[in-house]
Design a protein. Structure first.
Length: 172
């Protein structure tokens, strides 16, 4: 039984999804398709090939304009804003938590970031962890604090070079 990740469609049962976080459930149920139709963001859902209508996880990507450059000397000298990709949401159904689906969804988001960077440029993938408890998950995949000097900001980023290296190591 393989897991497939694709853009959300009408065929996917968004109403039944429950990750345990009301805000993430409601976004998928009420906004994901509309925002995709208006090119505001794109939501990609994971499902098992044996049950294509049943969403077991999702992530949402959007364009991002970086007005405060990350603490990286490569970007300090460029005019701002800089283009990037934002991982706006990542959620796994309660029944699937703890089995590595979050990692699969994150890898998919990193892969799609590399595709964007190849077409229009992007300095990396940014994320705002919902809570400090989520930060170790992103650190495990080499995300860095976007502003190490400001401990009140949770925003993290994965430089495009790291995204490319991650994709190369997994797919080549």
């Amino acid at each position: 039984m393989s897991i497939i990740i694709e853009e959300v469609t009408q065929q996917h049962n968004r109403k039944a999804f429950d990750c345990g976080v009301t805000e993430l459930n409601q976004f998928l149920q009420k906004q994901a398709r509309q925002k995709a139709a208006k090119n505001i963001s794109k939501t990609y859902v994971a499902y098992r090939s044996s049950a294509p209508e049943m969403i077991i996880g999702y992530h949402t990507l959007t364009g991002y304009s970086v007005t405060t450059p990350p603490a990286d000397r490569d970007y300090k000298k460029y005019p701002h804003p800089l283009s990037a990709v934002k991982l706006a949401r990542l959620a796994v159904a309660r029944s699937q938590q703890g089995f590595g689906l979050g990692e699969r969804l994150l890898i998919d988001a990193i892969y799609r970031t590399v595709l964007v960077a190849q077409q229009i440029s992007a300095i990396g993938l940014f994320v705002d962890p919902m809570t400090p408890q989520v930060i170790p998950f992103y650190k495990k995949y080499d995300f860095l604090p976007a502003d190490p000097g400001d401990q009140s900001r949770l925003e993290m980023w994965l430089p495009i070079k790291t995204c490319i290296d991650t994709v190369d190591s997994l797919f080549n």
